[in-house]
Design a protein around this ligand. Structure first.
Ligand code: ADP
Ligand code: MG
Length: 581
């Protein structure tokens, strides 16, 4: 055969193969169009599992009378004009392919009236050929009727699954959109039965209750975390609710339902050691990120996306989920607290009132500030590398290191370095001294000595900020009435005099701010649990849980590592289980 350019009715049918796979994908495209048209109510009616009829109507903007036939033309769209628009896109559609593809493989009827227009129009189309366009009176909005889907592609028809499967594909997809768009009222009727009706009042948990059972909906944990550029919210199941596969884990990125293996495994990994191997959580997660950080134009069905910084996105997902799990699992936070690791409740109380612009995580009534923002110093974004996975504590060795298992191998944690990090971050996070101070039963007298009196005066304010109450007593003598609460059990004046000594040696010519930094680091070092101390299993557990909550869990404040990671790969190689030897 000679080379020739295919006729449009042929290319549309070919394109339809990519855009419309089954009735559910038709519903998805029509649904997305209705959402893009700012609909308040979307009604979906299905007959014959979508083979006989798919009807989607909305009360959105409608299509202008003279554009109705354009709507079903391939690459005709009102949503972008130049390729650069893709970088700032907020609509779900942009390819202008869906209606053309659907029209090519079905009998389609469009009834629509645009906002501000007197008369509406009706378009009837069979297998991509327009049969009639006429002016008619319709309410504002659009109504699409798709009959006899795939009537002209028998091969596609043959690949459809049973009615039950096709129906549940439709339903599974629609409910996700109902959860994603709680401000839109969804009414779904399948084979004459009303199967879903949401109120459109914006309450996501209420939609969850429509979708799952009331009990599950109530138990689902709310995920809600902000960083300067990213926002993540949604729901994930508590550890008691699991599935045998990953199919109930869903992600929306900027309002778009996407499948992304990286996001899914980040979420699953966050559950590591919380649920049994082979079990998976349920989750619907909504990510909002700058549009130019995600490429949505990967595939005609728009189900796959590519992130400019995938690690930062999977990082925030892992972190958000882990924090929700940690806050919802008091068992993971033993109150046995002899080293003064602040327990979760304490953290909650102490952080109240200083949420401000800090990222927050909400869970029921709790508003927790975990100070998730990267340190002010130099870290531009959240990175996976700086986090640690959830660990299962195995035990302590040499009274100095904690052995733990993660999703990707073995971890050895230096208990002293780890505790230093924990104390350091909790001291940096605390400004409101009342909430973190512990009054001493007996006030202590402190004299820095003539040589160090000036340094002490210089850093005194900072000591007050982290929870010390210091009063003048006499010349170069002070009374210490209260100490930071994490020091209450093992406070000794030596910690302060050592810190002052360190400043006088290390930071002689430093500015006040640097001296304060040395002070804080030194106090952490002096207060942290030492190597050589036997920790109970609860204490080991508490230490690891607290470390997980740190912004920079992998290094101590002095920059030394808190942990050594032996990957599964390394272990297998060493044991000659894999690779060449
Ligand atoms: P895309 O959504 O990628 O633009 P479609 O083929 O899905 O392409 O739709 C083509 C055009 O038809 C849209 O750009 C929009 O202008 C119009 N349209 C489709 N559905 C609706 C609707 N429900 N309400 C208003 N306009 C619609
Ligand atoms: Mg579309």
């Amino acid at each position: 055969m000679p080379i020739k350019i295919l006729a449009e009715n042929v290319t549309n049918k070919i394109a339809a193969g990519e855009v419309v796979e089954n009735p559910a994908s038709v519903v998805k495209e029509l649904l997305e169009n209705a959402i893009d048209a700012s609909a308040h109510t979307i009604t979906i009616r299905i007959k014959g599992a979508g083979r006989e009829l798919i009807e989607v109507s909305d009360d959105g903007d409608g299509i202008a009378r003279d554009e109705t036939s354009l709507a079903i033309t391939r690459f005709a769209t009102s949503k972008i004009s130049v390729i650069e628009d893709l970088q700032s896109i907020t609509s779900l559609g942009f390819r202008g392919e869906a209606l053309a593809s659907i029209a090519a493989v079905s009998h389609m009827k469009i009834q629509t009236r645009a906002k501000g227009e007197q008369q509406g129009s009706e378009l009837i189309c069979e297998g991509g050929k327009i049969k009639s366009i006429s002016g008619k009176a319709f309410p504002q909005g659009s109504r699409f009727e798709i009959r006899d889907l795939f009537m002209n592609i028998p091969a596609r028809l043959k690949f459809l699954k049973s009615d039950r499967t096709e129906r549940s594909r439709i339903m599974n997809m629609v409910v996700l959109y109902a959860i994603a768009y709680p401000h839109i009222r969804f009414i779904v009727e399948i084979e004459g039965r009303a199967v879903l009706q949401t109120s459109g009042n914006g309450d996501r948990r209420e939609v969850l209750a429509e979708v799952y059972d009331v009990d599950t909906a109530r138990q689902m944990l709310a995920v809600d975390l902000n960083t300067p550029k990213q926002h993540i919210e949604g729901f994930c199941s508590p550890v008691g609710i699991t599935r045998s596969n990953r199919r109930d884990i869903h992600f929306f990125v900027n309002g778009r339902l996407v499948t992304d293996a990286g996001l899914t495994s980040a979420l699953v990994n966050a559950y590591h050691s919380y649920i049994m191997v082979g079990r998976y959580p349920i989750a619907v997660i909504f990510l909002t990120i700058p549009p130019d950080e995600v490429d949505i134009n990967i595939h005609p069905s728009k189900a796959e996306v590519r992130f400019t910084d995938a690690r930062s996105i999977t990082g925030i997902v892992a972190r958000a989920i882990r924090l929700v799990l940690l806050s919802s699992n008091p068992a993971a936070m033993p109150d046995q607290n002899i080293w003064g690791f602040p327990n979760q409740e304490q953290k909650l109380i102490e952080s109240n009132g200083e949420l401000g612009s800090q990222p927050t995580i909400r869970n029921g009534n709790w508003a927790v500030n975990h100070s998730l923002l990267p340190d002010q110093d130099n870290q531009p974004g959240l990175e996976m590398d700086r986090f640690m996975p959830l660990l299962r504590v195995v035990g302590q060795i040499g009274a100095t290191y904690i052995v733990a298992e993660g999703p990707d191998g073995l971890y050895l944690i230096d208990q002293h370095a780890a505790h230093e990090r924990i104390l350091y971050e909790s001291m940096l996070a605390k400004k409101d001294q009342n909430s973190v101070s512990q009054l001493l039963l007996e006030p202590l007298m402190f004299s820095p000595g003539a040589r160090h009196a000036v340094i002490f005066e210089e850093v005194r304010e900072r000591l007050t900020q982290v929870g010390f109450t210091i009063e003048d007593f006499g010349p170069e003598t002070y009374t210490i009435r209260a100490v930071p609460s994490f020091m209450r059990r093992n406070f000794s004046l030596k910690v302060i005099s050592d810190a002052i000594q360190e400043i006088s040696e290390e930071g002689k010519n430093a500015i006040t701010k640097e001296k304060e930094e040395i002070l804080i680091r030194s106090i952490c070092k002096g207060t942290a649990v030492k190597g050589g101390m036997i920790l109970s299993s609860q204490e080991q557990e508490a230490l690891i849980r607290q470390l997980e909550l740190c912004q920079n869990p992998r290094t101590c404040p002095h920059g030394r590592p808190t942990m050594i990671h032996l990957t599964v790969d390394m272990l297998e190689k060493q044991f000659g289980r894999r690779g060449s030897l």
